[in-house]
Design a protein around this ligand. Structure first.
Ligand code: TRP
Length: 325
């Protein structure tokens, strides 16, 4: 049996990057025979950037609704909020004390974010250690993540390996990252990686009018309408490629090259493909958001199961540290 685990932070609403990078590949793995999946909402991670309880709750609900709308089977798997198993923060402390300071200083994500954000707190710095705890506490084997999380997974493995080595015992399972090469990075409306922290997301669950506006915001160059355009450097095309059928992608490619085809038309086509492709999920998402009790009961059910696994692993750690009761 392989145990699959992944999380999405609730620092923003669920967006296309989450769907293509975590939700869909995660659900696909969860449906394979002999796999058991733990999918959670990383609400503890979210307070690094969002200090607003109501907002974090709202995002948490929306991310949970997104997982459910895309068909995650919570009866056969484990679905929970990170903060509901607070023992993960206990494990984080133990791992903090076994994590070399320079390892964290070298994290790309920290370097990049600490240059951009106004609030550079210690949580941002130790973020990868909490992430390592998320993974190691549940003996996860496979972690589907976006390319930007690869280094964090390597850190998790390094921390686990050196802990096991130090105590000369197989306390932690070494997890493997699973990175979908095709959707390595989903570009945002500005061409950077789509991320809540860059404010460049596409929210496929928005009402039609707002969704259209969201798509129309995608940045393009200023090639005039009648001139041929390069599809391979265009954000609209890059997103279209991830969603439309190969035949339609080919058609758009030819339209770009032929000229007399404007970015506005390309955006309209992208908007339409989103509506078409995610019609069922959009309806289900709205239904769930109007029935928060359904979401809540599924999350509660998962907490029990997650705690059972997590406590077990934590006991092994407490024991070698001499903190067993
Ligand atoms: N850091 C991840 C992200 O921003 C979210 C996350 C937190 C996560 N803990 C995790 C992903 C554990 C996988 C496993 O996308």
């Amino acid at each position: 049996m392989a145990r699959i685990l992944t999380g999405i932070t609730s620092s923003g609403k669920p967006h296309l990057g989450n769907i293509l990078g975590a939700i869909l590949p995660g659900i696909e793995l969860s449906e394979q025979k002999n796999n058991e999946s733990l999918f959670f909402i990383a609400d503890l991670h979210s307070i690094i950037s969002v200090k607003d309880a109501a907002l974090v709750k709202e995002h948490t609900k929306a991310i949970a609704a997104a997982w459910l709308a895309f068909g995650f089977n919570t009866d056969n798997n484990i679905f929970y909020r990170q903060s509901r198993i607070p023992e993960v923060t206990e494990l984080t402390w133990y791992l903090n004390c076994h994590t070399p300071f320079p390892m964290l200083q070298n994290a790309h994500a920290f370097k990049e974010k600490s240059n951009k954000l106004a609030d550079v707190n210690a949580g941002l710095f130790t973020y990868p250690v909490l992430m390592a705890s998320d993974i190691l506490m549940y003996d996860a084997n496979i972690v589907p993540v976006g390319k930007d999380q690869q280094q964090h997974l390597e850190m998790t493995r390094d921390i686990a390996r050196s802990f096991n080595h130090y105590y000369n015992e197989e306390i932690f399972v070494l997890p493997e990252a699973k990175i979908d090469e095709e959707v390595m990075t989903v570009p945002g409306t500005d061409g950077q990686k789509m991320s809540k922290s860059y404010g460049n997301t596409i929210d496929v669950f928005l009402p039609e009018k707002q969704l259209r506006k969201n798509v129309m915001r995608i940045v393009t160059d200023s090639t005039p309408l009648e001139e041929p355009k390069n599809p391979d450097t265009c954000n609209v095309f890059a997103l279209y490629k991830l969603l439309a059928s190969p035949a339609r992608v080919e058609e758009m490619r030819n339209n770009y090259k032929g000229g007399n085809y404007g970015y506005g038309t390309a955006k309209q086509e992208l908007y339409e493909v989103i509506l078409e492709k995610y019609a069922k999920e959009r309806a289900l998402f709205n239904e769930l958001m109007n029935n928060p009790d359904t979401i809540e009961s599924k999350l509660l059910q998962g907490e029990e199961k997650a705690r059972e696994i997590g406590i077990h692993v934590l006991k092994r750690v407490r024991k070698v540290l001499g903190f067993n009761r």
